[in-house]
Design a protein around this ligand. Sequence first.
Ligand SMILES: N[C@@H](CCC(=O)N[C@@H](CS)C(=O)NCC(=O)O)C(=O)O
Length: 213
Amino acid sequence: MARPEIIGSARSTYTRVVRMVCEEKRIDYDLTECALGAPELRAIHPLGKMPVLRHGDVKLFESKAIATYLDRRFPGPQLLPSDPRLAALTEQWVSLVNTAIDRTLIRTYLFAYIKAGGAPDRETIEAVMPAVREQLEILDRAVAGTGYLVDDLFTFADINLLPILERIRLAPEGAAALARASHLAAYYDRHAARPSFAATVPPAGPPARARPN
Ligand SMILES: N[C@@H](CCC(=O)N[C@@H](CS)C(=O)NCC(=O)O)C(=O)O
């Protein structure tokens, strides 16, 4: 069967997590680089978000669904545990990150730098910083014991978080807040040395947006 094709952008955190799954499992894949909202995304994701996956007859949207497919379909280290407790803990952290932490750290805090184009949106940054610090403290406590989110296992929950931590270090308040969360900072430094992380380092700058027709 053809190699899986990931359609998205090397600059997108959600695209990066599915690429990291491929790298961890040593799956040969192709990345088709595209802009946010591009027609190739809309052909698969009803809201036009990235990443999407094509693999033979399989077409998928949503990073967690793509990760589940890749993890079950291909050999290599299991990133989504099958034990009920460990599976649920993995799901729990992925859900919290995707529904709350990504929104705070990336879509609100970091976007206050990116979207502005010129000067950062200081009002938004100041308003969101208490939530940034609170959520980093939650993660700090979660990794303090073992250095992983789920027991002493490297799972998709870690993969799903690491690209977000990399991004918030690019802006000063985010970098300072992460440095203060000492367990989380050590967790980031240790896992950032993984080959799957090094192989997917994004180029500078946010993904481009497709022009409306
Ligand atoms: N829940 C989606 C979120 C994907 C997502 O928000 N991707 C961003 C890029 S990192 C995107 O496509 N943004 C463009 C938009 O929201 O229009 C997933 O897990 O795949």
